[in-house]
Design a protein around this ligand. Structure first.
Ligand code: COA
Length: 154
């Protein structure tokens, strides 16, 4: 799998993946604003012009916030999600971030399992954080403490 920085012209394809994989997808403006703000954004592809996933990270001082990650539904379950999260971890290490933070819907057990398997921990719950089909849904706040990991590696 190859990776490159997301460009404005990728948004049309990225949005199509986002909409096909999420019940409550980001809209076009959210991606545009993210790029304008200077968030780290990557697209992953096997063949040029065939984006199969993406990730967006906001750097806040020595923290990396994983804002969005998605794999095209037809490419899911092949280890690409895990590879993308690993890319995010490598990036966070490269900027000497001490922690990676993310929020995930309580019902999104697949993503939670992926994060747990790779070394994230559940930190807390943000009650009624997301809109849901009926009412609202909690977010699980998860974190990977890179400082602690590097301490044990030394
Ligand atoms: C979450 C997501 C990124 C995972 O991508 P993926 O390419 O399918 O994931 P992988 O194939 O790398 O699988 C990683 C782990 O997910 C879990 N997983 C994969 N397929 C699963 C399934 N059908 N059921 C339950 N868990 C599953 C497993 O724990 C797997 O680890 P393992 O291979 O060591 O058992 C992808 O499902 C997705 O884009 N979902 C929609 C958007 C989303 O939910 N993003 C996360 C928001 S916080």
């Amino acid at each position: 799998m190859n990776v490159r920085n997301m460009q404005a012209q990728d948004i049309v394809n990225v949005l199509a993946i986002e909409q096909s994989a999420n019940q409550f997808p980001w809209d076009k403006k959210s991606f545009e604003d993210s790029l304008k703000t200077g968030h780290e954004a990557w697209v992953f592809y096997e063949q040029a012009d065939d984006i199969i996933g993406f990730a967006i990270v906001q750097r806040v001082l020595d923290e990396a916030h994983l804002l969005n990650i998605c794999v095209k539904p037809t490419a899911q379950g092949r280890g690409l999600g895990k590879a993308i999260v690993q890319h995010v971890i490598d990036y966070a290490n490269s900027i000497s971030a001490v922690i990676i933070l993310l929020e995930v819907r309580r019902s999104n057990e697949r993503a939670q399992q992926l994060y747990l398997n790779i070394g994230f921990n559940e930190m807390s719950v943000r009650k009624s954080y997301y809109p849901a089909k009926e009412g609202r849904e909690d977010a699980i706040l998860m974190a990977m403490d890179l400082d602690l990991i590097s301490f044990f590696k030394e």
